[in-house]
Structure formats: C-alpha cells, structure tokens
Design a protein around this ligand. Structure first.
Ligand code: NAD
Length: 503
C-alpha cells in the first residue's frame, strides 16, 4: 500500500517563535496570575514532542477570582455603561491588533497546535480579524420590537409594549484545540458585541494564542475584567467554571461526550447554554459531478487541518458508476501528501495535536482493520518524535462499523458506494451527528431535491468546510444546540425582556 512521505523531523527553523517570549500565566482582571492548584499543565510542540511551556491548572479559587472579576466588570464597571458604538470601536481596534500581531500569533499557533503556518495565518488570524469586524458591526444594531397587545382588560386601559434585548451577563466559554485562536474569537466577539463579559478557558493542549489575545484585548482598551482567560484541565478548571454560580451562560465547543456533561451541569444552575459539538459529516458524490473537483474536494474535506475539524468529511459516499474512480483518485492524493512540520512550506499534513490524540486515531485505524476494512492509503503513524498520522482511506466497511459511526477527528475517511439518491439520503442520515454535509453534483434539480432531506446544520454544494461570519453555523441531532455566527449568534448572548406599559 502506498504511504505518504515525511518531509523532515523537527522544524524548518527560522519561523519558529522564541520560547522565552511565552508567558506562563493566566490573565485575570487584567493581571497575570501564575498560581493554579496542584500540578501545572505541560504544553507541547506536537511536531517534536518538546515541552514548550507550563500553564497553571486553575482550581475553584482561581476560577472564582476570574468570575468575580467578570461579574464586577459586568455589574458595575465602565463596560456596563459603555455605548454600543464604544463596544464597536473596541472590537474594531482589537481586529486591527490581531492583524498587526498576525505573524506572531500565527507562529505561536503553529508551534502549539502543529497546524500549517499558512492555515494559522489565513484561517486563524485573517478570518479571526474578519469575525471581530463583523461582530463589531452588530454591537450598534441590536434592536427590540414594538408590540401591539390585544387584551381588553380592564376596559378603557390601553397598553404599549416592547421587547428590550439585554446582555445575558457573565459568559463562561470553553473551547477545543483544533482552531484555538479562531474559537476564542468566535466566543468573545459576539459576547462582547452583546455587552457581556467573559471568562474563557482554552483547551489544556493549546492555551497560548488565547492568552496572547487576552493581552491584545487589554491593549485595545477593554476595561480589565471584561475578558479573563483561565488555563487548566477540563475536569478541574472547566468543571469549576461550569459550576460557578456567578456565571450566567456557558458557551461550549468540543466533543459531544463532554458537551452532554456540561449541558447537564449548566442546567443545575439554570445557566443559558449553547453547545457546538462533534460531527461525522458525509461527502456525497453524485455521478454527474465534475470528477476531478469532487476528488480534490473530498481530499480537502477530510485532510485539511489533519482531519481535526468538527465538519471534516469523514464519510465519503460515491454513486456506483464513479465509485472506483473517485476512491482511487482520493487514495492517490492521500498517498502523495507530504507530512512534516507546519513551519515547512512543503508540508501538506502536520502533526496531530497530542500524543494522546495520535494514539486515539491510531487505535481507530486498528479498529477499522479489525472490522474488516481495507486500507487503500496510509494507515500508519508518521516517523519521528512528532504526533503524525498518515492520511488514510478505508473501504469495505459496513454502515454499522465503529469507524463509520464514531468521530475520529483525524485524517481518516471511510468510503462507501450507493445506488440511488434515496440510498444516499439513508446513508448520510444514518448517524447520531448532523453538523455538515457536502453534495458534489452539477444537476441543480438533484441538488435542490437533496438539500432539505439531509440532516445537517450546514449543507455545502461543490465545496466543503466553507464558513463565513454571516452564515449561521451549528448542529442538528447530537452535534449541538444553538447557532453561532450571523445575526443568530446574538440570541445566545442576549436575554429578551418584555416591557408592558398601561396608559
Ligand atoms: P473536548 O470535549 O475533550 O474538550 C473541549 C474543551 O472542554 C477543552 O477546553 C476541555 O478542557 C474542556 N473540558 C473537558 N472536560 C470538561 C469537563 N468535564 N467540564 C468542563 N470542561 C471540560 O474536545 P477536544 O478534544 O478539545 O476537541 C475536539 C472536539 O471538539 C471534537 O468532538 C470536535 O468535533 C469538537 N468541535 C466542534 C466544533 C463545532 O463548532 N461544532 C468546532 C471544533 C471542535
């Protein structure tokens, strides 16, 4: 079986940031806090396995400090009385600062997460700045409604009524490691546009860019305590944040398993909660498509960011007449990909985020083989100390195989043929998840017929993984609750108050 090549061990050198510049502290109430509880968390460079920092593991004491700071900033600080145009101006300033420090942020992201430098630059920094600017615009456009009431009591009394949207309060935001800077921005930008304050907990694997972002938040002029970043493990820092009674809303992105825990815990305090969770998104290739485009698209859908994308196209369904051609084309592309450091411009596939995650993905590849799957490309770990996994294409698995049903979150795709469009719908919807799906076809009537029948929060046609700040995003079924981006995201950060006046 062909295997992807490994470009080089370690890094290309020049672009790698100096470790001395990394600050090993949280940012609470505008000040660095170094003390956590117990053992600090080691932070790694996934391309080499080298420890690059130690971050505090925040316990209930530090979480309380952060929530109190966010509470004060929300309840009584200058933030509370700031006009919407003031919030807009600060968010625009933050977008400028993210761009000005883009090179530094992107290099820090590549060092800490392993992703390709171009992806860190384009997707985390540049689109992060775009998201901030888009959300800045909403700060001045939050409106309520004027309502006409029909109740005729008591006779002679008339009513005027309106809805008044208000910020929900202190937001506890918990994010994963796959797009650390962008996920932090996806949480803080709408929360700040709405007038909330935030305690953000990045993933323990990738806290560095969120911490740097918090410094830029201060530099932009946001009052201390409006954005606080705490670091630490999920079961300690994350759980303490979810349990804290001073938090009004939990905004979570991560796995479905942890999302369920968080949803239940949030309910205990009746906190508002939004959940962006896992996926197992289908790529559906019809026999009238542009084949080259579909093959390239299917490869990008699963191998982009090493498959560590919640909407990764991890199930490939191809109509029978094209099945052999598309699957072989995909396997050839996978086998030709170059693995290596994200700093090396020749690299197409970087390392996975951690040794633990590499083992998890390799275990799934083992399960797929044991279930009778045939590996058409990849199937192995990369060489060297980095956490590499080869882009892997499986065929020959039954729809009830574990690797067809469970989210792997790595560069592993399972291909299956289908006959009719009805079969494609059945296969695509035969999943606990419903985050994204893509259709590859040039027949508008077939595409339009399929779109309403696929259970997914986003349907792409002849593209995959395309997101925009103006396009609502979220999951059907076990992929989550709520919609981020667009106007829809404001609902997650606003309470609607009804006001009724008799006259
Ligand atoms: P994860 O669920 O393990 O962790 C996510 C975050 O939750 C981390 O910050 C972690 O520290 C924290 N956490 C873990 N246990 C916790 C607990 N008991 N209480 C509070 N916090 C806790 O997910 P991950 O491995 O970091 O990320 C991968 C997952 O994220 C995948 O399932 C992926 O699909 C999902 N994801 C979804 C989206 C989306 O928008 N739908 C986007 C990116 C990633």
């Amino acid at each position: 079986m062909p295997a992807a090549s490994v470009s080089s061990a370690g890094h290309a050198g020049a672009d790698r940031p100096e470790l001395g510049a990394i600050r090993e502290s949280m940012l609470i109430d505008g000040k660095p806090v170094r003390e956590g509880q117990g053992e600090p968390v080691a932070v790694y460079d996934p391309a080499t396995g080298q420890v690059i920092a130690h971050q505090p593991d925040a316990g209930p004491v530090q979480i309380d400090l952060a929530v109190q700071a966010a509470r004060r900033a929300f309840d009584s600080g200058p933030w509370r009385g700031m006009l919407p145009a003031g919030r807009e101006r600060l968010l625009l300033k933050l977008a400028d600062l993210v761009e000005q420090h883009g090179n530094e942020l992107a290099r820090l992201e590549t060092l800490n997460s392993g992703k390709l430098l171009g992806v860190a630059q384009g997707l985390e920094v540049e689109s992060g700045a775009q998201w901030l600017r888009y959300m800045a615009g909403w700060a001045t456009k939050i409106t309520g409604d004027t309502l006409s009431l029909s109740i005729p009591f008591p006779p002679g009394v008339r009513y005027s009524a309106q809805t008044l949207p208000q910020p929900v309060g202190v937001v506890g935001a918990i994010i994963p490691w796959n797009f650390p800077l962008l996920m932090a921005i996806w949480k803080i930008a709408p929360a700040l546009a709405a007038g909330c304050t935030v305690v953000l907990k990045p993933a323990e694997e990738t806290p560095l860019t969120a911490l740097r972002l918090a410094e830029l938040v201060l530099e932009a002029g946001f009052p201390p305590g409006v954005v606080n970043v705490v670091t630490g493990r999920g079961e300690t820092a994350g759980a303490a944040l979810v349990a804290h009674p001073g938090v009004d809303k939990i905004a979570f992105t991560g796995s479905t398993e942890v999302g369920k825990l968080i949803g239940r815990a949030a309910m205990d305090g009746m906190k508002r909660v939004s959940l962006e969770l896992g996926g197992k998104s289908p790529v559906i290739v019809l026999d009238d498509c542009d084949v080259d485009r579909a093959v390239q698209g299917a490869a990008a859908a699963i191998f982009f960011n090493q498959g560590q994308v919640c909407t990764a196209g991890s199930r490939l369904y191809v109509q029978k007449g094209l099945y052999a051609k598309v699957v072989q084309g995909l396997a050839d592309l996978a086998a030709g990909m170059t693995l290596g450091s994200g700093f090396d411009p020749a690299t197409q596939v970087g390392p996975l985020v951690s040794a633990r995650h590499q083992k998890r993905v390799m275990d799934y590849i083992g399960i797929g083989r044991a279930e009778g799957g045939r590996v058409l490309a990849g199937g192995g770990a990369g060489e060297g100390a980095g956490y590499f996994v080869q882009p892997t294409v499986f065929t020959g698995l039954r729809p009830d195989a574990r690797i067809v049903r469970e989210e792997i979150f790595g560069p592993v795709v399972v291909a299956q043929p289908f006959d009719s469009l009805d079969d494609a719908v059945l296969l695509a919807n035969d999943s606990a998840f419903g985050l994204g799906a893509s259709l590859w076809s040039n027949d508008l009537a077939r595409v339009q017929g399929l779109i309403p029948r696929i259970d997914a929060g986003t349907i792409w046609v002849n593209t995959h993984n395309m997101l925009d700040p103006n396009m609502p995003f979220g999951g059907f079924k076990q992929s989550g609750i709520g919609r981020e981006h667009g106007r829809a995201v404001l609902d997650l950060y606003l309470e609607k108050k009804s006001v009724c006046m008799a006259y």
